[in-house]
Design a protein around this ligand. Structure first.
Ligand code: NAP
Length: 283
């Protein structure tokens, strides 16, 4: 990864930026405008929102108020868990388009594979919901479709029973949470992997002497080491801040390479208080 403007090709041929801005928690319009402006100025082109974050409208307004329509932005949103099922998902996609004020959304994801109260019927539930995403894709309302927090069994269900293979899986990934089984499966199936919460171990790693030495060696902050780590794994990191200066700091990760030895060290880190979500339980 040489530049923040690098792109990767999804399995449908759509090109997607390799580095993204998360927006969860940023509902305030001023914060949205400031962070999105800082991000686009720093070269971010991918912006990740979701119905669950209740900020699609603010993200859409920021794009329009900042007049970013000529910046080739790549906008992702995600279906809320309350909107599973063909009819509800179809309507939800239209709602997202309206809130964002866009003619199409670059990438639309099913946010979570299991719905509370319908745990026993996740297979049928995801097939019906996915059909709505497929139809929106055929209609040109979304340019790519994918999933989030799907494990191997959830992806196998879609791949075996649906017309269109998901293009992306967005999952939690960072040192201590490497979810190898699903990552290897996605690689095999040519499903692009995005990393959410890539900065989770910031606090834990700040107490690690070897990490402190890496900060000196590369002249980078822990946040920058974590984002570079994600890029070197071929994940697309989505990082969020409510502060413009941190948004800029986080993008400054394309001028160094973490050595194999240091990657091995980071790959071995484990933290008792950080783990992958149990998708059957948390939603
Ligand atoms: N699909 C899913 O289920 C799912 C789940 C979680 C997240 N996501 C997506 O992934 C995105 C990223 O996850 P995340 O929001 O957990 O983001 P993150 O980038 O891993 O961490 C964000 C946290 O780190 C702080 N931070 C950011 N930059 C920093 C820096 N340079 N130095 C020190 N602290 C820094 C932020 O605080 P300040 O804001 O105060 O700077 C915030 O508390 C989300 O915004 C969302 O778009 C998806």
């Amino acid at each position: 990864m040489a530049s923040i403007f690098d792109m990767t090709e999804l399995n449908n041929g759509v090109r997607m930026p390799v580095f993204g801005l998360g927006t969860s928690g940023n509902k305030d319009q001023t914060v949205c405008n400031e962070t999105i402006k800082a991000a686009v100025d720093a070269g971010y082109r991918l912006i990740d929102t979701a119905q669950m974050y209740e900020n699609e409208e603010q993200v859409g307004k920021a794009i329009h108020q900042l007049e970013l329509s000529d910046k080739n932005l790549f906008i992702t949103s995600k279906l809320d868990n309350t909107n599973h099922g063909y009819e509800a998902a179809s309507k939800a996609i239209d709602d997202s388009l309206e809130k964002l004020g866009l003619e199409y959304i670059d990438l639309y994801l099913i946010h979570w594979p299991v719905v509370k109260g319908r745990e026993g019927s996740w297979q049928e539930d995801n097939i019906e919901t996915w059909r709505a995403l497929e139809d929106a894709y055929d209609a040109g309302k979304v340019k790519a479709i994918g999933v989030s927090n799907f494990m191997v069994k959830h992806l196998e269900n879609l791949i075996s029973n649906c017309r269109i293979k998901p293009m992306v899986n967005q999952i939690r990934l960072h040192p201590g949470v490497l979810q190898e089984e699903i990552v290897v499966f996605c690689e095999k199936e040519n499903i692009t992997v995005e990393a959410w919460s890539p900065l989770s171990p910031l606090k834990q790693m700040s107490e690690d002497e070897k990490v402190k030495a890496m900060m000196e060696k590369y002249r980078k902050t822990i946040a920058q080491l974590l984002l570079r780590f994600s890029l070197q794994h071929n994940f697309i990191p989505l990082t969020k801040s409510s502060k413009a200066e941190r948004v800029v700091e986080n993008a400054d990760v394309f001028d160094f390479e973490i050595s194999k030895e240091d990657m091995d060290y980071l790959n071995r880190l484990k933290f008792d208080d950080l783990e992958a979500p149990d998708v059957d339980e948390e939603r």
